[in-house]
Design a protein around this ligand. Sequence first.
Ligand SMILES: [Zn+2]
Length: 408
Amino acid sequence: MNMSRSIIIAVLFLIAELPLSAQTETYNDPCGVPDSSALSEIMTASGNWGYGYDTLLYDLSEWEKNPFVTVDSAGSSVQGRTLFVMTIQDTTADTLHLRQRIWIHARTHPGEVQGTWVTNEMIKYLLADNDTANTLRRRYVFNIMPMYNPDGVEIGLDRENANGIDIEGNWNAGLPEKEVVVLRGQFQKFMAQPNPMKIMLNMHSAYACKRYFVYHALGGTSQLYTLKEQRFINYIRSNFLEGFEPFTYYISWVNGTALQYPESWCWLNHKEKIMAMTYEDGNCISASDFGWTARAIVRGIDRYLQDTTSVLSVVASAIVPDQFLLNQNYPNPFNPTTVITYQLSIESDVIVKVYDMLGREIAVLVNGREQAGTHSVAFNASAYSSGVYFYRLISGGHAEVKTMHYVK
Ligand SMILES: [Zn+2]
């Protein structure tokens, strides 16, 4: 291996370690585009991709025999099929009103049956006769809609409902589809409870044939939400590290897409109070480990909801904003000149200012629009006294501050 090749590998490694700053793509369709010929083969071979509405009815009748399960109708689809919601909790405990609420729905896209397999495995995990399941049923109330798009499943559509509409991205329609009205009604109902939804999981599967959560970029949410997402995904991954991708797949709620999706409904109405995520299992023949995946998700959710430490203190070191990366000045300490470098992932308005120990602004180093790429700016402190100074970069509604030491 020659030197240039090892440098290239090192650079690739660095990019892999900086998913937020390095990736600026906006995926509005995280499930990807199916290969229709392969899909029709699977559909024909197994019917309804191996799990139809009748199978759901049978499973619900079996699950309902468990004393911790109730099954209700939330409404109906365009063709009149019931949209079932099952509730799992231990109603014999006396803390019902304190239970943290977890919402899960699956099968928005009928062809993404792997999301259903994982959801069904989560249900089995929660209904088991063991100490873990007992604890989970006392701590939480699970509301699960296993099949959000039964018409599409029965008709054999890959992504649409009976009206030919993709109900995943229909939330901003003037007259939304019947299924969307039902699901939104569930969200509204449960958010009005004394114990509102803390988690909203939207179960899909992706043609990328990988397991991942659709991570929402900082530009469309907030720094705190970004940190919470990272914690959430990391807690789940910690149970199945080789299975889940790290938080490298994300959607940016910009360019008018913010109103389209169930997750963004949660964000717009309830901000950081709900961890709302789409999960994508692998939509491929080699997809497997549904039970292990389900276990990892449930255990990760539990750890996330039980962890009461400040999300900021735990993962502050992991902060890497989407739009820019602010580096430590060099040299530091310095006398009297130092250089501040930063990277922009997209063309942005940038302000870099220097403040003294008391927070007084003493210099504006950058104020204008800059191209994507690496930038540097010098700061000369000869007019000031020795001590600690702060430099702050503001771009895209977000800011980062670092400290520097001037030693005469
Ligand atoms: Zn999907």
